[in-house]
Design a protein around this ligand. Structure first.
Ligand code: KIV
Ligand code: ZN
Length: 514
């Protein structure tokens, strides 16, 4: 049968606009340091173009684009410009490799914003492209609002852009109103008119940005504009991880993206934007490779492809597969988790443990690994205090508006008294860092999850903290603690998690020392 996949084997370029369209997202602003960190991460990921900003907008913006250029990254650095000479010169001054010039082409934007005639718009575009090319730089031309542009005018301006020397032509779905079928037709129509490589920039107003980008690729576009975590104007842009993994795993196309860094990049953006990654986010979300239901967990424990795509694994994207406990948990998940910490249970005990886990999950509670171990210890009577690697003795924190929050933690670590003092962004951060540093020689522990609930809702409310940690080998544990002191709830949850993780490590290493 003839292969209907027209994209198979093709190489698609990834143009990242996290630092430009992404920063236009309401509430998102990056400091210069943030921008450099993001640019380095994007380069590590392997994007082909980093759109660093719009230099004409301010002195600071111009400096930050210049600073990213000075990083000497492998990716081409682009600056955005209207089809105006001063905008383009501001990009050139920054030393960019590529100038992205754009102009409105739809009637609604022409009439209400740019207020020029169509011949004037073509003339301005041609002059702009020629100006970029005269300076020996690459030029990307965008017909803004292409998807609402009268078709004959779109074709006319694309032909003019090609003739003026544009290296790539972008067809933005500026207000995200396309559906894949229409996007395919639009790109195919332009592709029949021009030979210049085509690019797409899709907004996500109806949640179709990724689907429309892929439809454009099917119709012949060879570059896709994306942002990390899909951030951008209004509902955002096409998500980098979703586009790349669909291209690799479904379409069998190639990109230069090193997919093992996708989760790392998503987490960096989560931290720097303060916009949490929803748990259900494809590819990089917490739940993307998590399994709770008994049937699914049993399946993936035996063979992961049973209830995962298979063509995309957690390892490919730098994620981890997780068996999560809750009201749908089955006995295989419980058995597997208990065996990791060396707890053996009889059939009857296993049934009882399962019942209690389901009961806890049924109350709407998240069941942590530590909850399971406690239940199992109660049911089996196996409580091993000897395995407490870390026993907390004293915690004190200092905080205030005129000082850096600092914590001092004293604890017995494998029976030896240790003291650690660390600063943090807040008292909880300082206290958790102090505990982590006590463990440094024994294990490199990173925090993968921190969740806090105020149980009663008042300022004297009980804080319920759930913490997830992971060691350098990828072994992970979740644990919880509750206290009316938020710092103590956090520290207790971390200590609880560390003790369980160290137990898991010792079992994995054949039951030898902590
Ligand atoms: O959404 C859009 O049309 C844009 C252009 C500048 C490409 O962001
Ligand atoms: Zn945009």
């Amino acid at each position: 049968m003839k292969d209907a996949n027209t994209v198979r084997g093709k190489h698609i370029k990834i143009f990242d606009t996290t630092l430009r369209d992404g920063e236009q997202a309401p509430g998102v602003t990056f400091t210069l340091d943030d921008k450099i960190t993001i640019a380095r991460q994007l380069d590590k990921l392997g994007v082909n173009v980093i759109e660093a900003g719009t230099p004409i907008t301010s002195k600071e913006e111009k400096e930050s684009v210049g600073a990213i250029v000075a990083e000497n990254l492998d990716a081409d650095i682009a600056g955005l410009a209207r089809v105006l000479i001063p905008d383009i010169d501001a990009c050139i001054d920054c030393g960019v490799d590529l100038v992205h010039v754009f102009v409105s082409t739809s009637d609604v934007q022409i009439e209400h914003t740019i207020k020029k005639t169509k011949p004037e718009i073509i003339e301005l575009s041609v002059e702009a492209i020629q100006h970029v090319k005269e300076h020996g730089l690459k030029c990307l031309f965008s017909a803004m609002d292409a998807t609402r542009t009268e078709e004959s005018f779109l074709h006319k301006i694309c032909l003019a852009a090609e003739k003026a020397g544009a290296d790539t032509i972008n067809l933005p779905d500026t207000v995200g109103i396309m559906i894949p079928f229409r996007m395919h037709k639009l790109v195919e129509g332009v592709r029949k008119k021009v030979k210049t490589p085509l690019d797409v920039h899709c907004h996500n107003d109806f949640g179709l940005a990724v689907a429309n980008s892929l439809a454009a690729v099917e119709a012949g576009a060879t570059q896709v504009q994306v942002t990390v975590n899909g951030i951008g104007e209004r509902a955002g842009n096409a998500d980098l991880a979703e586009v790349v993994m669909s291209l690799h795993s479904i379409y069998c196309a190639t990109t230069d993206i090193k997919t093992q860094y996708l989760v790392e990049a998503a987490k960096l953006l989560e931290r720097l934007t303060g916009c949490r990654i929803p748990p259900f986010q494809p590819v990089v979300g917490e739940n993307a490779f998590s399994h709770e239901s008994g049937i699914h967990a049993h399946g993936v424990i035996k063979k992961s492809d049973t209830f995962e795509p298979g063509i995309m694994t957690p390892e490919m994207v730098g994620h981890r597969r997780k068996i999560v406990l809750g009201k749908h948990t089955g006995r295989h998940s419980v058995e597997q988790k208990l065996s990791e910490v060396g707890i053996t249970a009889t059939e009857a005990q296993l049934n009882e443990i399962l019942l209690r886990v389901k009961e806890l999950g049924g109350k709407g509670k998240r069941v942590t690994d530590a909850d399971l171990y406690t239940i199992a210890e109660v049911v089996t009577g196996e409580v091993d205090r000897e395995m407490q690697t870390i026993i907390l003795q004293e915690v004190s924190v200092m905080t205030g508006n005129r000082m850096t929050p600092t914590a001092v933690v004293k604890a017995l670590v494998n029976g030896e008294e240790r003291l650690s003092a660390q600063a943090g962004v807040g008292p909880v951060d300082a206290a958790l860092k102090s505990v982590q540093s006590l463990m440094r020689e024994l294990a490199f522990i990173t925090l993968t999850d921190f969740h806090i609930d105020a149980i009663t809702g008042g300022s004297d409310s009980l804080a319920d903290v759930i913490i997830g940690i992971e060691d350098e080998d990828g072994s992970s544990v979740t644990a919880r603690a509750a206290s009316d002191d938020i710092v103590m709830a956090s520290v207790d949850a971390l200590v609880n998690a560390i003790n369980r993780l160290m137990l898991k490590r010792s079992i994995r290493n054949g039951g030898k020392s902590k």
